[in-house]
Design a protein around this ligand. Sequence first.
Ligand SMILES: Nc1ncnc2c1ncn2[C@@H]1O[C@H](COP(=O)(O)OP(=O)(O)OP(=O)(O)O)[C@@H](O)[C@H]1O
Length: 281
Amino acid sequence: MGHLLLVENLVTQYRTAGGKLPAVQGISFSVNKGETLCIVGESGCGKSATSLSIMGLLPANGEITGSIRLKGDEIVGKSEEQLQKIRGNEMSMIFQEPMTALNPVFSIGFQLREPLMIHRKLSKKEATQNSIDLLDKVGIPNPEEKLKQYPHELSGGMRQRVMIAMALACDPSLLIADEPTTALDVTIQAQIIELIDDLKEQMGMGVVFVTHDMGVVAEIADRVMVMYGGEVVEMGDVYSVFNSPQHSYTKKLLAAVPNVDDESKFWLQEATTDDGSTTSS
Ligand SMILES: Nc1ncnc2c1ncn2[C@@H]1O[C@H](COP(=O)(O)OP(=O)(O)OP(=O)(O)O)[C@@H](O)[C@H]1O
């Protein structure tokens, strides 16, 4: 069976005044339908460069070699026009700071409705109804009223829900979430993670979830890919990586999250014994 996303030998470099900076140095991984892959690692290890490469959203000084296939279709080398079609339909991305992705001068309703009218050729009435349904789907109360509001009138958590609603508008098969909860307080963070997990189940999407937080990984990952200095240093299912980390950097990451050692690890062990599977691979 084919993978939803198959990345092979991806090298992402940034041209800088001081020469080429290799942000990603030949990594390979895959994501299946209905699966969440967490990419974890410290600041600057190439997590964002990886997700931007997949989306075809690298800045002008970025360049890629290697292969990125979505449902078998090669993304590397596609024109911007072709990429826009794929981004509008097959994959979407949510970012850390929704304020940068939402336009402050337009109402939430306008920003949700416009792409639906353009990409899916819906009438204004249909697009409005669709927007209401989307806001409802991401757990926003009183969606009709929210359509009239502007981004600054919403809380951080609500803004992130709106971003997720926008990302889901095209019913993507792949959702890339780059540190989507980092700017939120812990309670809201937990709610957004749960929402993404529920939506993944409901819609059967594959999810690439970028984070530096092993606590978040414990909550949402099926598989984990640990990056260090632009390379993949460890990859495995979440149980194996948490219970027997192989790489010293992974051990360090796990040790840095206090509740991973007790609470989450306990939770992971519970989860594995519940379904009778073992943690070794
Ligand atoms: N536009 C750019 N031009 C040049 N170098 C860049 C650019 N964007 C990122 N880099 C460099 O590429 C490397 C990888 O950065 P990347 O943003 O992928 O890391 P990250 O793991 O996502 O970190 P963070 O968690 O801080 O976002 C870093 O050394 C960074 O300084």
